[in-house]
Design a protein around this ligand. Sequence first.
Ligand code: GLV
Length: 308
Amino acid sequence: MGVLALLSPLPVAPYADALRRAAPGLDVWTREDDAPPDRVEAILAWRLQPGQLARYPNLRLVCSIGAGVDKLMPADLPASVLLTRVVDPNQGCEIAQYVLACTLGFTRELGRYAQQQAAAQWLRHPVRAAAQCRVGILGLGAVGQAVARAFMPLGYPVAGWSRRGEPVPGVEVFSGEGGLAALLARSDLLVCTLPLTPATRGLLNRRTLSQLPRGAFVVSVGRGEHLVEADLRALLDEGHLAGAALDVFEREPPDASNWVWHHPKVVATPHIAAQASFDTVAAQCLDALRRARDGLPLPHAVDRAAGY
Ligand code: GLV
């Protein structure tokens, strides 16, 4: 019995190597054609197509290589197959670094000073007060909380919005439809770390983004499908929003002609904010497989009804 790593078009070798290092002797296949279907006990994947699992009669577990599992839930994923995701504390830390880099570049006006430098211009502007940089985080899971913890020591007021509204130390927590409107109305810096589910798809659209204060800055590090890109563009062009940092897109990669690459108010990066480490992915996949065999609960099991 063994693990099939199905990661195309991502490079599969680092994941397969990490699995082999962590469990010498375990069968690890990297191509569907090489794996005897009845010996596949777990599949490590990033996305699955409908029907792709039908040929594996002894499959017990699907492991995501990432925190998000939105591409791993084809409607025909059998109920008997467990689904788990990776929770890598370092990934939360890296996303927090990315968010800080983008938002502080904005609040400390590094773009403006770069222009002044190009013109050898010594012009000092007042620093924007921390109270005017109210942070709003959509999603208060492991990643959202890491982002919150990174902002707090800088003195920026931090609030967040989550489905369950559970308390998070130091964070003003909102939930529900009314809570979303309240969070948006007080967020000068909006950071989206939500999982992608039917309830969050398209959540950032003209109606919701218009509820942000004029001059707000948006950071999108969850999934591209949270954001209606055309609505963002309209609000940037109209001057309601001052800027955006996008690490995820409706379509990845965006075409070379896509406005997101070229808009002066947009920082666009190729889904690099963070990646779970190969060794953590392998260790958590193998731990989940052992637990699945023993009928034990999985620490990072996905709640299929919730979608994350
Ligand atoms: C990255 O996008 C992840 O889901 O881990």
